[in-house]
Design a protein around this ligand. Structure first.
Ligand SMILES: C[S@@+](CC[C@H](N)C(=O)[O-])C[C@H]1O[C@@H](n2cnc3c(N)ncnc32)[C@H](O)[C@@H]1O
Length: 378
């Protein structure tokens, strides 16, 4: 059994814990920004393949007490690195945490790198190469004052990279945050869905992936495929099983935006994700959207005024959004992620839930409203 750490955007830890229980049937403990569990390689493959909320899956390979950079070097030489990967693989080391005795974490990363190279040279006479942008192997170290923990990163590229996103000039949210917002809003693919300000389509594409039961990791590769102990038949079986579970969504999924060039990007992203048959795109301003569907979820990420335009201009639109919600989305749940703390007040609607969440470094709230025709702030 290994100690496994699964990181996620802050605010999604409890939902990640629920997700990991569903994926592995294992209990986990919640910490800030991650959950921890004991598990085996099958659990690690399964979480990488199926978790919609995780950012990375790390396996602990060494823990020890250190008081200096040289002691970190010594600790790192105690790991039998050639057991984990071959000398022909490139690697990269990342160090995080806090240590009063050291202000230069880049030096700590160099110490670990030197230790790895020295262990390889001693055992194989070959010094593996560093690749800072696309390494085959990533080593993570977490320093908490005098405790150092070394991890193998089993994911490689962060898990929010599902493999479908084209380059975009708008401000997309990360795929695992989009999936987390859907979970926080209790979306399970069994209700109509709309994102009326969809940008590159992230939230609607994640909704379609959930509704189609498409595992988010099916279209990408993982660092564990480069490990010496990679169990290719087991991995192939897990992938085949995941492919068998895909089905067409039973309820409609709509995505719209008022910018034609942006909608085109969202359509291209949906095509790349293999989900374009399951989504309906439209170029229309939010305040003109009509629907005949009932009991759906509207979930969106409006401009915050920090990155896309000026806040006052956006706030001037809120009353129109409120009007369209009350006129056309009776019986729906509406969710908005925004950094604007005045959002419900200007919207003149009382949220049923207000959930603190981070969009990258921006502190936000997910506001959830039950929409009742003509409802107003009491
Ligand atoms: C922050 S971006 C959404 C990003 C999106 N979540 C993603 O991941 O790509 C906000 C989007 O709202 C759109 N928008 C702004 N005002 C709108 C309105 N009144 N009606 C429809 N779309 C609007 C913008 O064109 C922009 O694409």
């Amino acid at each position: 059994m290994y100690s496994i750490v699964v990181s996620c955007p802050r605010g999604l830890e409890d939902k990640l814990q629920e997700e990991i229980l569903t994926i592995t049937s294992k209990n986990s403990t919640v910490q800030k920004g991650h959950v921890g569990l004991k598990g085996n390689w099958q659990d690690i493959y399964l979480i990488n393949l199926h978790s919609r909320l995780a950012s990375r899956v790390l396996v602990q390979i060494k823990q020890g007490k250190i008081t200096s950079e040289n002691e970190l070097y010594e600790l790192s030489t105690q790991v039998r690195w050639p057991d984990y990967f071959n000398q022909d693989k490139t690697f990269k080391v990342r160090v995080e945490g806090k240590a009063n005795w050291c202000r230069r974490f880049d030096i700590l990363a160099l110490k670990i790198k030197d230790a790895i190279c020295d262990v390889f040279v001693q055992k194989t006479n070959v010094r593996p190469n560093i690749d800072k942008s696309h390494p085959d192997i990533r080593i993570s170290a977490y320093i908490n004052q005098n405790i150092a923990i070394l991890y193998l990163d089993t994911s490689g590229e962060a898990l929010f990279k599902r493999g479908w996103r084209q380059e975009t000039d708008i401000a997309p949210i990360r795929e695992n945050l989009a999936a987390g917002l859907l979970k926080l809003a209790n979306y399970d693919g069994k209700q109509p869905f709309i994102d009326p300000m969809c940008g590159s389509g992230t939230i609607a594409i994640e909704a379609a992936m959930m509704a189609a039961n498409l595992a988010p990791g099916l279209n990408r590769t993982f660092a564990f495929e480069n490990f010496n102990n990679f169990d290719s038949p087991l991995w192939e079986n897990l992938r085949i099983q995941a492919e068998k579970n895909i089905h067409a969504p039973k309820y409609p999924i709509y995505a719209s935006d008022n910018q034609p060039q942006i909608i085109n990007k969202a359509i291209n992203n949906a095509i790349k994700a293999g989900l374009s048959d399951y989504l309906q795109f439209d170029c229309i301003p939010f305040n003109q959207i009509q629907t005949k569907d009932k009991n759906g979820l509207l979930l969106t990420n409006p401009p915050y005024g920090q990155r896309l335009s000026d806040l006052e201009k956006i706030q001037a639109q809120y009353p129109e959004w409120s009007k369209v919600l009350k006129q056309n989305f009776d019986t729906w749940t509406a969710g908005f992620i925004t950094s604007d703390l005045d959002f419900p007040k200007i919207l003149r609607l009382s949220p049923k839930r207000k959930i603190p969440i981070y969009n990258g470094k921006i502190e936000c709230r997910l506001y959830l409203f039950d929409i009742v025709a003509g409802s107003n702030r009491k």
